[in-house]
Ligand binder design. Structure first.
Ligand SMILES: Nc1ncnc2c1ncn2[C@@H]1O[C@H](COP(=O)(O)OP(=O)(O)OP(=O)(O)O)[C@@H](O)[C@H]1O
Ligand SMILES: [Mg+2]
Length: 304
């Protein structure tokens, strides 16, 4: 049977021999390993932000300690969906105006967020200097998380690739529309090439029913397997539901404002699935370790 702790210890020994950062051991000696998932999808407006925010809340309600990262630098709106007052953003950190630990906001018990800025884009892509600045502050993040969810921007910019490469898992959000499926597939193809990731998850959002969602998944996964050699797991589906739209209009998260709606039930099922599968996650270390991976990704290719 797969012994995750033993495997991690072996990996940590190997990493430390190579001089690479290693996960911190929690009290009692077992490694603290958050599951890090980048939520991506190529096309805009497919529900990445709405799902990330509500999955964060639903997973925290199940007892997980969750960190949300708004990876949509410049056009962030995770804070809008969660109706939060922020006191700074990643943009301020990257501009040297405050530290990473200053901008983390507690959304509710068990749920924190690192917000991004909206309306201006001083930092369109992370340069070497930005990465070094982040690296300098990463060790201050000493909160332990079980799950980190990263809401990424539409498209496949270099920043989206950083997030995807640093996360242990990439979940693609699609709707049944052909344009969304084409963009989701193209995103996976590019991420496959740039990050060498060969396993992805799929969430079908705004489906009319389960049958439609499964049909979408089957088509998507068989094409991906055949033409990209990529394995796609079905993470779940959230139906098209007016309550989702209303929750955004009212700026009260769906799982709080309409907990019995079909969309909130879909989110709840995905949260339960993520919790069930959490010990089979492809762990890649602590939050610090994850950030360091992100900062180091593509280090040599990016000039300042
Ligand atoms: N399951 C759903 N049913 C009905 N409407 C939905 C559903 N999910 C999302 N929406 C609607 O889609 C809108 C866009 O969602 P969201 O902002 O999460 O998309 P996104 O993928 O993050 O977009 P972007 O790429 O521009 O950041 C929401 O404001 C909401 O009105
Ligand atoms: Mg978004």
């Amino acid at each position: 049977m797969f012994d995750q702790a033993e495997t991690l210890r072996r990996l940590m020994d190997e990493q430390s021999q190579r001089g690479e950062p290693t996960p911190v051991l929690k009290e009692g000696g077992s490694p603290s390993i958050p599951r890090v998932i980048a939520v991506s999808g190529g096309k805009g407006g497919v529900g990445k932000t709405l799902l990330t925010a509500n999955l964060g809340l639903a997973c925290a309600d199940l007892g997980q300690r969750v960190l949300l990262i708004d990876g949509d630098l410049g056009l962030s709106n995770l804070d809008v969906v969660l109706n939060l007052k922020t006191r700074g953003s990643l943009d301020n950190v990257l501009a040297g105006e405050c530290r990473l630990s200053d901008i983390i906001v507690q959304v509710s018990s068990g749920l924190d967020i690192i917000p991004a800025s909206s309306g201006y884009l001083r930092v369109p892509e992370l340069t070497r200097i930005h990465k070094l600045m982040l690296l300098d502050q990463i060790d201050e993040l000493n909160v332990q998380y079980d799950l980190v969810l990263i809401d990424t921007a539409a498209g496949v910019s270099r920043t989206v690739q950083y997030w995807a490469a640093s996360a242990a898992e990439v979940v693609i959000v699609v709707t049944p529309e052909p344009t969304s499926l084409a963009d989701g597939y193209a995103t996976m193809k590019i991420l496959r090439e740039t990050t060498q990731e060969t396993r992805f998850g799929l969430i079908v959002n705004m489906a009319q029913n389960q049958e439609e969602a499964l049909h979408v998944y089957e088509r998507f996964s068989s094409v991906s397997e055949e033409f990209l050699g990529v394995h796609v797991s079905f993470i779940g589906t959230v139906p098209s539901d007016n309550c989702a739209k209303m929750s955004v209009m009212h700026r009260t998260p769906l799982v709080k404002s309409f907990p019995f709606s079909n969309a909130a039930k879909g989110v709840g099922q995905i949260a339960a699935y993520l919790q069930d599968k959490s010990d089979t996650a492809n762990a890649k270390g602590t939050v610090q370790f994850f950030w360091k991976r992100m900062v180091n990704y593509g280090y040599s290719e990016v000039t300042c």
